[in-house]
Design a protein around this ligand. Structure first.
Ligand SMILES: [Cu+2]
Length: 268
């Protein structure tokens, strides 16, 4: 996230001879990650929860104990808090507190995983950030409700099957706050360029570089809809910043964000 006041502050600090803190630069995304989102067998799917700058393989931030963590299958909510285990995520430049977890998958259909992390204090901006994040898994291609909203304070609802996007096609989402569409909101878009290794919990070498023009963004229309052409196979993240109803935490500004992760495949 880059805000005007932050940019001004960084310019002033640069004039004073300080370097800008890496944690505040570019787009940070809460990850709910597993390498495989299309599944063919029942079993426990390993998950990594980390707060990171994934497109640039940048600074990783410490996560606190999540407030809520669950999956939804055919409208049924399954609590996953008991599967959380503290872990250390290794980014390219630093290590940060993260969590591993497991998603138990039994039946065919869509498993939506939702994380409400503890608010993260970003010292360089003197604000808290809380990225309410959804990730999608599907077993055996059977659709069973991937387009259902979960009733989160703010969320992005997919209008294309989020585990089965074709590289070169488009993804459309609808941004909601308290269940109502949000018009004119900025959506930041990131590619998971340095996918974490689940054995070592370390970022891999990035497969692509960050974009020369900075953050990739779209703006929601009057119905809260946005569409983005997906140029490449892999996992893509979309984030709306500050669209949640909560605006304050512990006496400071809170950016309550909505994040969604989708998977695109090459047509082969
Ligand atoms: Cu950041």
């Amino acid at each position: 996230m880059i805000k005007t006041k932050t940019r001004m502050a960084s310019a002033i600090l640069a004039l004073m001879g300080f370097t800008f803190l890496p944690g505040a630069a570019a787009a940070h995304f809460q990850l709910v990650y597993s390498p495989q989102t299309t599944l063919h067998r029942p079993g426990d799917v390993p998950l990594l929860l980390a707060f990171w700058h994934p497109f640039e393989n940048g600074h990783a931030m410490d996560m606190g104990q999540p407030l809520e963590f669950f999956s939804v299958f055919k409208g049924e909510k399954i609590d996953l808090m008991g599967t959380l285990a503290p872990a250390t995520f290794k980014g390219a430049n630093n290590e940060a507190a993260a969590f591993t977890a497991t998603l138990p998958v039994k039946r065919n259909g869509d498993y939506i995983v939702a994380l409400t992390p503890a608010p993260y204090y970003e010292g360089s901006e003197d604000i808290y950030i809380q990225q309410i994040t959804k990730a999608y898994f599907n077993k055996n291609g059977i659709p069973s409700g991937w387009n259902a909203p979960l009733g989160l304070p703010t969320e992005i609802v997919p209008l294309n099957k989020p585990t089965n996007i074709l590289a070169g096609s488009t993804f459309t989402g609808q941004l909601l706050s308290e269940g109502k569409p949000v018009a004119g909101a900025e959506i930041e878009i990131e590619y998971l360029a340095a996918a974490p290794d689940m054995a070592t919990l370390a970022a891999s070498a990035p497969s692509v570089g960050p974009m020369p023009g900075g953050a990739v963004v779209a703006i929601t229309d009057a119905n809260g809809l946005f569409t983005f052409g997906i140029p490449k196979a892999g996992q893509w993240g979309f984030a709306a910043l500050g669209t949640g109803p909560a605006t304050e935490y512990d006496g400071k500004e809170l950016s309550q964000d909505a994040v969604i992760w989708i998977t695109a495949h090459d047509v082969e």
